[in-house]
Design a protein around this ligand. Structure first.
Ligand SMILES: C[S@@+](CC[C@H](N)C(=O)[O-])C[C@H]1O[C@@H](n2cnc3c(N)ncnc32)[C@H](O)[C@@H]1O
Length: 283
């Protein structure tokens, strides 16, 4: 039976020489002989020579993210993404448009998008092996590729009908290269009041005041075609709040015992504002 990786192999490229790739059992090779392993857990590592400058999320962060997303609190965000790509453009591979999720984590959002697009294929590009392991099991049409979004993406030019970028790093030049003509980039970014009820009390990292301006500068060569605020209240248990705090960059500087004490002092359940901007851009 074809695996999700087999389904997208013709769109993937060697990260060393950009040649096409062929699979034999658990190894993927290009014509020049560069070889890459498919992990036992099902993800393909496509890193070039240099060691990646970042390691990505730790096992604990990925476990916290998995638990938090499984509780469904960000489902409206996932639905907004699916809505933003529901009419992905026709292209050479119109029968099987490819949706790429950059720094896609556990594949949670991409799986929802693929459910809404029955003919589409998905690739989750992630640097954290712990996230890639989860992504490899997220959906029957989702291939997990371990790669660095700051390096040239191991994908053919014009191969993706849509690129998703949800709370993660993005490289505009590479996004423009891999998009099909008329393809779209969908970005989810936190608004200033995102999680306001817990950011202060728990000492979590705040959303940078110039975040919106920075995104606009970063995507200056793209045309923004739609922008939508997704804002609602989520009702969280103490366990949800701990997972939320430990699944993102705040995890690197929070002391676990202090965090647990601060969470215990909060009401339970706790109503929290989820507030993000979903924007659509064309190259
Ligand atoms: C805040 S998380 C968002 C994950 C996912 N988009 C979600 O919202 O569930 C950021 C993700 O970016 C990944 N990441 C960080 N630097 C990266 C890089 N250079 N290349 C690929 N992934 C990276 C991390 O491992 C982490 O999974």
């Amino acid at each position: 039976m074809e695996t999700p990786l087999d389904l997208v192999m013709d769109r993937l490229r060697c990260p060393v020489c950009t040649e096409t790739l062929t699979r034999t059992e658990r190894t993927v090779r290009c014509a020049a002989g560069h070889a890459f392993d498919i992990a036992r857990q099902g993800y393909l590592t496509l890193l070039g020579g240099a060691r990646p400058a970042v390691q990505g999320d730790t096992a604990d962060m990925v476990a916290a993210r998995t638990a938090f997303l499984a509780a469904g609190h960000y489902e409206p965000v996932a639905r907004a993404l699916a809505e933003a790509v529901r009419d992905v453009p026709a292209a050479d591979d119109a029968d099987h448009p490819l949706v790429l999720d950059l720094a896609g984590g556990t594949g949670y959002y991409l799986a929802t998008v693929l459910d809404a697009l029955p003919r589409a294929l998905g690739v989750d590009v992630e640097i954290s092996p712990y996230a890639s392991r989860r992504a490899a099991r997220a959906h029957p049409r989702l291939a997990a590729v371990r790669a660095d979004v700051w390096q040239p993406l191991p994908l053919a030019a014009g191969s993706a009908a849509a690129v998703l970028s949800v709370f993660g790093p993005r490289n505009p030049a590479e996004i423009a290269r891999v998009l099909t003509p008329g393809g779209r980039l969908v970005v989810v970014a936190p608004a200033q009041d995102h999680l306001a009820e817990i950011i202060g009390p728990l000492g979590m990292l705040t959303v940078a005041p110039d975040k919106e301006a920075r995104l606009a500068r970063q995507l200056a060569d793209f045309t923004t075609t739609a922008e939508r605020a997704v804002r609602y209240r989520a009702t969280l248990t103490h366990a949800d709040v701990v997972h939320e705090a430990l699944m993102g960059p705040s995890a690197h500087h929070l002391d676990r015992d202090e965090l647990l004490a601060a969470v215990a002092a909060l009401p339970e359940p706790l109503a929290v504002t989820v507030s993000v901007t979903v924007s659509v851009h064309r190259a």
